[in-house]
Design a protein around this ligand. Structure first.
Ligand SMILES: Cc1cc2nc3c(=O)[nH]c(=O)nc-3n(C[C@H](O)[C@H](O)[C@H](O)COP(=O)(O)OP(=O)(O)OC[C@H]3O[C@@H](n4cnc5c(N)ncnc54)[C@H](O)[C@@H]3O)c2cc1C
Length: 422
């Protein structure tokens, strides 16, 4: 069965829903084709089900956070800024708050309030949504495109591809859009999981599973090369580490396909100098010699971690603080400032918050999100070769690129309609 639609949006996630709002408000009648039985599944589970909608910063802060490819976002952010995100959700009945880290959340801490508001806005803008209808392919038909599903063929002058990446495949994101984009002439920059927890080689990690440290400085090593640094909160898990600082570290380019040369160093006191720690240990050793060394360390790091540091430095857990040699002090201060662990592996797409890689940005016009391979194709969201750090950056990119794609797709749909009436 062949049907016609103004604007077809393939994928009803963050970017697709926002594209629908923009297209509808610009006068088009958007149709969302979604493979799941409901939209925005990933929004619901985001930010620990609180949904970190954006970051409290200027557009330049978002662009910088995305690294060298961030400049692709200039136009999209100019049309839908971080302030627009906050205003959009507040106007839609979701009051927001800024946390100390700069992350913006709904005051209610409920991701479903964000999703409900977005869906309501899309519906109010005249969007039709088809669920449990996976798109199987997109075929060129002259200047138009045909979106193929199991039960229909929808021909349109403007198709927006927002199928996301490969992370958390249980959410419906199984990379389907890459094959569709490739079929239309696009190149896919090789993908890999990013913002993903790490398994470490050291078996002792399991002993301190559950320990959270609010501020750790991490350095990623690829052999002798320093591949990147991150800082922030850090959680020890049964297998390794998770939390913002470790997750952000996985965005850096390194030999993730073969981790034998990968290691990281953990600075548990990023605000202190090693010399200062050395002097502190010397003073404690002299003044509090009868104290257990592990009790002394517990003044600066959690006790369980301090015990582990002592073991790594060849010190018994029950040793007293008295008589610390210069070498002992150097080793302990060094481990507090740079404990080294081998990286066994990352936990893969199953546990990754985003996909690094995707549709090559050089093949998309950043001023309109239109494909440079087909005039009826628009792309937005995580399907693009863009990934940002933890902190609301990825949703901001999805909202902004979705908004721009929706606006421009509606304009193309209107133009094509006018032409056909002439
Ligand atoms: C656990 C987790 C927590 C996160 N928390 C945050 C956070 O707090 N803040 C933040 O900024 N980012 C967060 N992210 C990242 C953020 O969710 C994504 O970057 C964002 O959702 C990308 O939007 P998108 O619309 O491009 O893709 P998605 O939101 O992934 O949407 C893609 C949609 O396309 C549909 N689809 C796929 N293939 C087809 C097909 N063949 N036919 C029809 N439909 C299809 C999918 O079912 C899905 O609904 C988190 C990610 C995860 C996994």
């Amino acid at each position: 069965m062949t049907e016609h639609a103004d604007v077809v949006i393939v994928g009803g996630g963050a970017a697709g829903l926002m594209a629908a709002v923009a297209a509808g408000q610009a006068g088009a009648r958007p149709l969302i084709i979604e493979k799941n039985k409901k939209p925005g599944v990933k929004i619901l589970m985001s930010g620990g089900s609180r949904c970190n909608i954006t970051h409290n910063c200027e557009n330049s802060g978002i662009i910088k956070a995305f690294g060298p490819r961030g400049k692709f976002l200039h136009s999209a952010l100019a049309g839908f800024t971080t302030r627009d995100t906050v205003r959009f959700f507040e106007d839609a009945g979701v009051p927001t708050k800024i946390e100390d880290t700069g992350k913006v959340f709904p005051v209610s801490n409920r991701a479903h309030h964000v999703l409900d508001a977005l869906v309501a806005e899309a519906e109010q803008a005249g969007t039709t949504m088809a669920f449990l209808e996976p798109c199987l392919g997109i075929e060129p038909e002259g200047d138009q495109l045909a979106v193929i599903t199991g039960n229909r063929r929808i021909v349109s002058n403007a198709v927006i591809l927002t199928t996301g990446g490969l992370s958390f495949p249980g959410c419906g994101t199984t990379g389907d859009g890459y094959a569709m984009a490739t079929r239309l002439g696009h190149t896919i920059v090789p993908t890999r999981p990013a913002l993903v927890p790490l398994a470490l080689r050291e078996p002792w990690i399991a002993e301190i599973a559950g320990l959270t440290i609010p501020d750790v400085g991490l350095t990623l090593w690829d052999g002798a090369r320093e591949a990147g640094k991150s800082r922030g909160s850090h959680l020890f898990t049964h297998q390794g580490i998770s939390g913002p600082a470790p997750l952000n570290l996985t965005r850096f380019d390194a030999s993730w396909h073969n981790t034998s040369a990968l290691a990281l160093t953990m600075d548990f006191l990023p605000g202190a100098q090693e010399a200062e720690l050395d002097a502190w240990l010397r003073d404690e050793s002299l003044a509090q010699g009868r104290k257990l060394l592990s009790v002394v360390l517990a003044e600066r790091v959690p006790r369980a971690l301090g015990d582990r540091i002592l073991e790594e430095c060849g010190q018994a857990r029950d040793r007293r603080a008295a008589g610390l040699s210069r070498d002992d002090r150097k080793r302990i201060a060094g481990a507090m400032k740079g404990l080294r662990c081998g990286i066994a592996r990352h936990l893969g797409y199953e546990k990754a918050e985003v996909t690094s890689g995707g549709v090559d940005l050089r093949e998309v016009d950043s001023r309109s999100m239109v494909s440079l391979k087909h005039p009826a194709l628009f792309l937005a969201g995580e399907i693009l070769d863009l990934d940002g750090p933890i902190g609301g950056y990825n949703f901001q990119a999805a909202w902004s690129t979705g908004w721009l794609a929706g606006t421009r797709a509606a304009a193309r749909a209107a133009e094509s309609q006018n032409k056909s009436h002439d």
